[in-house]
Design a protein around this ligand. Structure first.
Ligand code: NAD
Ligand code: TDX
Length: 350
C-alpha cells in the first residue's frame, strides 16, 4: 500500500501516468493534484472517475496550506511531480509564470515533503519529472548523457533546470530521497494542440497553414507518451535513490520530416489526394533562441533498469493521428474551454 501524490495529472503526460498507476496498482491510493490550467482537463481521465483508489484535488502546487493538508489527510509517502508550465513559446512571452509553478511550486512540494517526512525518510520518495532541454542544444553530433552539464537556453528550460537543482539540493542538504528523470519530446493522445504534432494534425484537418519555425531543420528525439509513463513506473519502483535517468525515444527527426509524415498519414486517412496538404506548409519567423537539436543517450536506463521504448515511431505517429481524428470532440472541448464546465459537474458528483 502506498499513497502517491501525482501533480499535473490532468495534463498530457500526467494523465497517462495517473491511468497507468491507478490501473496497475489497485493497492495504491493515487492522489492527483492539478490546478486545471489551460493545459489540464479532466476529460483526459474520464474513465477513472469511479476508480476507488483514485482521488482528484483541484489546486495549485504553490499553495502551502493546501499541499500540507494533502500530505496530512492522505498520509502521502511518495510524490511524482509532473505539474509545470510546459510550452517553450509561452515561456518566451511570460517567463514569470514558469518560475512560479516550475521553481516555486517544486520548492513548495520539496519543503512540505521534507517537513512531513523528516522523522523517517525510509520508504519515502520524491520523484521529479524533468526534460532534456536543461542540457541546452546539440550540434548535429553527440548525445545528452546524465553527466552532461546543464546549459538551459530558454526561460522554460531555465526554470526546469532550477527546479532540478532544488531537488538535488534537498537530497544533499536534508537527505530527502529523490530521483530525477530527464526526458525527450513526447507525442501521443491528449497533447494540448499548441505543441508541434497535435497543432499540425489539427491544421491539416482544418486546411489551415502549418507554421514551420525557421528552416524546419531543428531536430527532436520523439518518445511515445505511454513509453514515458512506463519509464516513470520503472524508475519510481526500481530507480536508485539520488540518481538521474535520461529517457529518450531513439527516434530523431527534423521538424520538416515530422510535418511531411503527418501530412502523408492525415491525407491518407482523410482519403484526400496524396500530398495535397503540402501546400499548407508555411515557413515562419524562427522561435527566439531556438535550440537546434536534442538527442538522448539512453544507455544508463537500458543497462541499469532494463527499460527501452517499445513503440516504433512509425507505428506511434500513425496511432496518434488516428486518435486525433477519432477524438475531434476532445479537441473542440479543450480548445473552446468547455472542460471547465465539465469540472464543475465532476466536482459536484464526488
Ligand atoms: P502539460 O502542460 O500538458 O500539463 C501540465 C499539467 O500541470 C496541467 O494539467 C496543468 O493544469 C498542471 N499545472 C500547471 N501549473 C500547475 C500548478 N501551479 N499547480 C498544479 N498543477 C499545475 O505538460 P506535459 O507535457 O504533460 O509535461 C508534464 C511534465 O513533463 C512537465 O514537468 C514537463 O516539464 C515534463 N516534460 C514534458 C515533455 C513533453 O514533451 N511534453 C518532455 C519531457 C519532460
Ligand atoms: O508551430 C510550431 N512550429 C514549429 O516549427 C511549433 C509549436 C513548434 N515548432 C518547432 C519548435 C521545435 O523545434 O517544433 C519543435 C517542437 O516544438 P514543441 O512541440 O513546442 O516542443 P519543444 O519546444 O521541443 O519542447 C517540448 O519537448 C520538451 C515540450 O513542449 C517540453 O515541455 C518538453 O520539455
Amino acid at each position: 500500500m502506498r499513497n502517491v501524490l501525482i501533480t499535473g495529472g490532468a495534463g498530457f503526460i500526467g494523465s497517462h501516468v495517473v491511468r497507468l498507476f491507478v490501473k496497475k496498482y489497485p493497492n495504491y491510493h493515487i492522489i492527483n493534484l492539478d490546478a486545471l490550467t489551460y493545459a489540464g482537463n479532466l476529460y483526459n481521465l474520464e474513465d477513472l472517475e469511479s476508480a476507488s483508489n483514485y482521488t482528484f484535488v483541484k489546486g495549485d502546487i504553490c499553495d502551502e496550506v493546501l499541499v500540507h493538508e494533502i500530505f496530512q489527510k492522505y498520509e502521502i509517502d511518495s510524490v511524482i511531480n509532473l505539474a509545470a508550465e510546459s510550452h517553450v513559446d509561452r515561456s518566451i512571452s511570460d517567463p514569470f509564470s514558469f518560475v512560479k509553478t516550475n521553481v516555486f511550486g517544486t520548492l513548495n512540494l520539496l519543503e512540505t515533503a521534507k517537513n512531513y517526512w523528516k522523522e523517517d525518510f525510509s520508504k519515502k520518495l520524491f520523484y521529479h519529472v524533468s526534460t532534456d532541454e536543461v542540457y541546452g542544444s546539440l550540434s548535429s553530433e553527440g548525445f545528452f548523457t546524465e553527466a552532461t552539464s546543464y546549459n538551459p537556453k530558454s526561460p522554460y528550460s531555465a526554470s526546469k533546470a532550477s527546479s532540478d537543482h532544488f531537488v538535488r539540493a534537498f537530497a544533499n542538504t536534508y537527505g530527502l530521497p529523490i530521483v530525477i528523470s530527464n526526458c525527450s519530446n513526447n507525442y501521443g493522445p491528449n497533447q494540448f494542440p499548441e505543441k508541434l504534432i497535435p497543432l499540425c494534425i489539427h491544421n491539416i484537418c482544418e486546411n489551415k497553414p502549418i507554421p514551420v519555425y525557421g528552416n524546419g531543420q531543428n531536430v527532436r528525439d520523439w518518445l511515445y507518451v505511454e513509453d514515458h509513463a512506463s519509464a516513470i513506473d520503472t524508475i519510481f519502483h526500481r530507480g536508485k535513490v539520488n540518481e538521474t535517468y535520461n529517457v529518450g525515444g531513439i527516434s530523431e527527426r527534423t521538424n520538416i520530416e515530422i510535418v511531411e509524415k503527418l501530412i502523408e498519414i492525415t491525407d491518407t486517412l482523410l482519403e484526400r489526394e496524396k500530398g495535397v496538404s503540402k501546400s499548407l506548409i508555411t515557413y515562419v519567423t524562427d522561435r527566439a533562441g531556438h535550440d537546434f537539436r536534442y538527442a538522448i543517450d539512453t544507455s544508463k536506463i537500458e543497462r541499469d533498469l532494463n527499460w527501452k521504448p517499445s513503440m516504433s515511431f512509425d507505428k506511434g505517429i500513425e496511432q496518434t493521428v488516428r486518435w486525433y481524428l477519432e477524438n475531434q470532440t476532445w479537441l473542440e472541448k479543450i480548445t473552446d474551454g468547455s472542460y471547465k464546465d465539465y469540472y464543475k459537474t465532476f466536482a459536484s458528483k464526488k
